[in-house]
Write a protein that binds this ligand. Structure first.
Ligand code: NAP
Length: 378
């Protein structure tokens, strides 16, 4: 039986459609990423929010009460969730497990506690799609960017065996900093062999869960340090480019990546200035053609949150710009420009992605859609 999402039913008449609805929870619903999940899921065709959770400080309040004075989204609080009473993410796992088929998780806690929390949900047979970094290094936890490495989901049965679960597992998103340059480099890596990469990122304040009101020090300023970000930017691409072997993801052994990550006074949208050298130096035209024609492994699945065109190339010399271009394709696209030859590396270019959409909640929703289609929540 072929699965087609409802949004494509009319386009693909004649094929058998298997539709499923899932009840979902948002763990960390009051935070910056959690709020983004709430707005993205408000009218989602497959996922219906039935449980919200945060810390003990928020538990027992309605969502409306808990986020009063700290709603950071440009769209209003979803009415359908406003009266849901928040659970305590740690102490109410059993209650949440009764109400959901899987959860999204984005919490601000020490890493060891997040690791334990996510495993506790998985062991209660609640799959976890996580935006947290705590499990990104766990070898049998897939770190999925659906357009690039959807096949890494195939490690889930091995993880379930380790956890002793039938349904529960953890899948994670990669860090938002690399969400523009890894997609741009991936098809070039496949075609020309990638030797070395230098990536300097200029990261928005929403990546720190902040707005200009809550982060006045960033106005008229650049802060040249984001804790842990450079390590993530250099190491996580190697997992994304890795492969499954003996029940774990084995990281790619190259390219060499070096990075510097700066916090800049931009509300949303991480920009990266990227330099790269290849085994076989491509021409500028070859690269543009590969980006224009790029179709990832989910292209034909027609997932509801997938962008029409994943990589957009701008010929204008002053694009992409965070303010103008971060929302392209619903904030789920990667915007690239200024591709040219370099004196030290083979090429250089600039790229941009929306850090809380593609780089966080939107990317996690797309990952969940992929996992739903592949039957991992059933
Ligand atoms: P945030 O705005 O500070 O929100 C943190 C959330 O965690 C809140 O819902 C908070 O609940 C909850 N929380 C804090 N302590 C808790 C506890 N002890 N038990 C249960 N819940 C607790 O943070 P954020 O920016 O949304 O980031 C959340 C996670 O996503 C982090 O791991 C971050 O690294 C990751 N992430 C963020 C971005 C981004 O662009 N912002 C991108 C990728 C990944 P209360 O309101 O009750 O305190």
């Amino acid at each position: 039986m072929e699965f087609l999402p409802a949004t494509n039913r009319r386009k693909r008449k004649g094929l058998v459609v298997l539709m499923k609805n899932y009840n979902v929870g948002i763990i960390g619903a009051t935070g910056m990423v959690g709020q983004r999940f709430a707005t993205l899921l408000e009218n989602h065709p497959w996922f219906h929010v039935t449980a919200l959770a945060a810390s003990g400080r928020s538990a027992g309040q309605t969502y409306r009460e808990a986020v009063e004075g700290r709603w950071k989204m440009k769209t209003p609080l979803p009415e359908s969730m406003a009266d849901l009473v928040l659970y305590d993410a740690t102490n109410d796992i059993d209650k949440i497990a009764e109400k959901v088929d899987f959860v999204f998780c984005a919490v601000n806690m020490p890493k060891a506690e997040i690791r334990a929390l996510e495993e506790a949900y998985a062991k209660k047979e609640v799959p976890v799609v996580s935006n947290n970094s705590a499990h990104r290094g766990t070898p049998d936890v897939p770190m999925i960017v659906p357009e690039l490495n959807a096949d890494h989901a195939e490690v889930i049965p091995f993880q379930r065996k380790r956890l002793g679960t039938k349904k529960g597992f953890i899948a994670v998103k990669s860090n938002c900093s690399l969400q523009s340059y890894v997609p741009a480099l991936s098809p070039l890596k496949d075609a020309f062999g990638l030797k070395s990469v230098l990536a300097c990122t200029y990261q928005a304040i929403s990546g720190a869960g902040k707005t200009f009101e809550t982060f006045p020090e960033i106005v008229d300023n650049v802060i040249p340090y984001i804790g842990g970000e450079e390590e993530k930017s250099e190491q996580e691409p190697l997992k994304l480019w890795g492969h499954i072997e003996n029940g774990v993801i084995v990281n790619a052994d190259g390219p060499v990546i070096t990075s510097q990550c700066l916090r800049v006074p931009v509300s949303d949208g991480h920009t990266a200035a990227v330099f790269a050298s290849f085994e076989k130096k491509p021409t500028i035209e070859e690269i543009k053609k590969i980006w224009a024609e790029f179709k990832g492994p989910i292209h034909d699945l027609h997932l509801p949150s997938a962008p029409q065109q994943f990589i957009h190339y701008f010929e204008e010399p002053d694009r992409p710009q965070a303010k103008l271009d971060r929302d392209m394709d619903g904030g789920m696209g990667v915007e690239v420009g200024r591709l040219r030859e370099d004196k030290l590396f083979d090429i250089k270019f600039v790229c941009l992605s929306h850090n809380t959409l593609l780089g966080a909640a939107g990317g996690a929703v797309l990952t969940a859609e992929l996992l739903a289609v592949k039957g991992y929540f059933d």
